[in-house]
Design a protein around this ligand. Sequence first.
Ligand SMILES: C[S@@+](CC[C@H](N)C(=O)[O-])C[C@H]1O[C@@H](n2cnc3c(N)ncnc32)[C@H](O)[C@@H]1O
Length: 208
Amino acid sequence: MIDSSYWDAKYDVDNFIYTKDVNRFVKEYCEPLIQKIGPVGKVIDLAGGEGRNSVWFAEQGWQAENIDFSGKALTKFLAFAEERGVGAKCFANRADATGFESVLMPVDVGVCAYLQIPQPDLFDALDNLLENIKPGGYLMGVWHARENLAEGFGGPQDPLVLPTASEMREFLEQYNVEIEFLGNRDGQVQTREGLKPSTTLVLLAKLN
Ligand SMILES: C[S@@+](CC[C@H](N)C(=O)[O-])C[C@H]1O[C@@H](n2cnc3c(N)ncnc32)[C@H](O)[C@@H]1O
């Protein structure tokens, strides 16, 4: 079982494991939302790690709450936010994704990027996240897709932590949401042998 001590040890290095650059899919799908909602929004970045996505939102003017169970990740996130001059807009909340209480709720956008955990827990986490998003707000998610095992590189190799679009669609059926995009996107990951193809599941849903 992968717990917070695994992640604390992984993050206990000087460099940023997931870089300081916003994820390309988070940027692609959330930039238009920021333009639409305006410069004073609020976001929960669930399992936000070292905070590359939270800090990007804060740089756009939004308040960003990074909820992650790794204290080491959150310490790096807060230092990174200060370094970028957006410390006052960034909030760290150390909690398990399946049972958090948000300090910023209700938010305009809930982001969940690469939270690769087994499905009962993933769906509990997304259920919590959905409860903390305003009506009219958005849920945006990114995961290494299960198809990546056969057709791509990178990400965990355990099918149980790799969601598919149909599983995600079935989960969302119980909510009053409109799916704006749900599907696999092609991308690339850096490997020792250079850039290789990678399949990413992307979700954008609007809450009614
Ligand atoms: C692959 S990293 C992604 C980090 C960040 N979202 C990004 O894209 O850079 C996964 C993150 O999920 C966090 N995590 C895993 N399981 C969690 C749980 N049950 N509750 C809270 N955080 C969790 C880890 O600490 C880690 O920071």
